[in-house]
Design a protein around this ligand. Structure first.
Ligand SMILES: [Zn+2]
Length: 218
């Protein structure tokens, strides 16, 4: 039998990688709920698993800092995230690039510049992992990532445009079933049935952070 290869590349798989990364899923001791049921794992090489811990941390940081997330996410911030900051105080300055005060829903908070390239790369990993676990085959083409959780602080027109676009895309996913054993943390919808050359994945983290990954065979 041929050796199993990595979900991202053709190297031999040496471990199993969680999709999305395990750190996204809160621990029982922090939230009092079991939110690590039947996590998705895919075969991975060393490069695509062990070497991306820092990117996983950044992904977690961006995801949990969104203001429309649920209660589970708030708990994750108050427990795990605060612990991580106490352990590695430099994380905050590493992640919080170019931040400033902002008012959201009448509350004072901060807005910061997201490293989209880094965030999108992580989401692309998740998209490829989902595809692999869903269809038992690899999707080798690059994904474009669009997040509907990102706002431009001084450009309401842009935000409106993004939100309207998102509503249209959500409608196109209406008939697809949401999949995920821990929907309070993560769920996805996938379709490519109407055109096998296109793959569209809608991911929702903490019931509030929506991201679309789209790819087309080239
Ligand atoms: Zn690999």
């Amino acid at each position: 039998m041929p050796k199993k290869t990595c979900y991202m590349c053709d190297l031999e798989a040496t471990s199993k990688e969680h999709v999305p990364p395990l750190c996204i899923f809160p621990e029982y001791k922090d939230v009092g709920l079991n939110l690590r049921n039947n996590l998705i794992r895919v075969p991975s090489c060393d490069i695509h698993n062990l070497h991306k811990t820092k990117d996983d941390e950044y992904l977690l940081f961006v995801l949990i800092s969104h203001f429309q997330n649920n209660e589970v996410c708030q708990q994750q911030i108050l427990t795990k995230f605060i612990r991580a900051l106490k352990r590695k105080p430099h994380l905050a300055s590493l992640f919080l690039k170019e931040y400033r005060g902002a008012i959201v829903n009448g509350k004072k908070t901060i807005a910061y510049k997201v490293d989209d390239e880094r965030f999108n790369k992580s989401i692309e990993h998740v998209a490829k992992g989902i595809f692999y676990s869903h269809f038992k085959q690899k999707w080798v083409y690059p994904f474009n990532v669009v997040s509907f959780a990102f706002y431009k602080i001084d450009d309401p027109d842009f935000n409106k445009y993004v939100q309207n676009g998102f509503i249209k895309i959500l409608e196109s996913f209406e008939k697809d079933k949401a999949i995920g054993a821990n929907p309070q943390v993560f769920k996805y919808k996938i379709h490519r049935s109407y055109d096998p050359d296109i793959c569209l994945i809608l991911m929702t983290f903490y019931e509030g952070f929506h991201v679309i990954a789209a790819s087309q065979k080239v």
